[in-house]
Design a protein. Sequence first.
Length: 202
Amino acid sequence: MKIAVFSDIHGNLKALKTVLRQIGERNADLTVFLGDIFQRGNEEFECLELLKESGIICLKGNCELYAEHGVDVDPDVEHLREYYDGIRSRLTAEQTEFISNMPLFYETECCGHKMRFSHFLFLDVDAPYPFLPLSSLKNGDFDKACLSAEVKKYDLAAVGHSHQNFVNENVVSVSAAGLEGASWLLIEADEKSLSYERISIE
């Protein structure tokens, strides 16, 4: 089975179209988007519509939390209030419903391999802002989370958010598809093995 994973499109419609085309050419059986449609690029609504129509699994990132609830869920992004107030005022009822229904994570078991996909690792999945802060990558909290029983029970946990490619234990980080020099992840699973490769976005 082939599973395609990409993240953080950030309003870059050209990159989104390229990623979806490349995934189609690789004949992926399942595609998971790890979140962050908005911010940075200027085609976020076109990206939202394309993702909505694509039928792929779309998970909620912090940008979708801000679009759904406003920036009050995260005190670190007060500087983005005007931007997200504008986004929220432009969303249609159908678009708002789509964002609201995006899950925070997706789990699957394939050929005996248990996998979880999410925008980032969680501090508290039930909190208004559920993700670990990015500062956790520097202060050791992310490393501790990677060693937790909650994360170690998966053979692979794919995350985005940091805009970096790295591996920590069984956690695989996927860079931002909407930014320069990015890639996406192609996971292959069978009864004997679980492997992945990073595909550069052309």
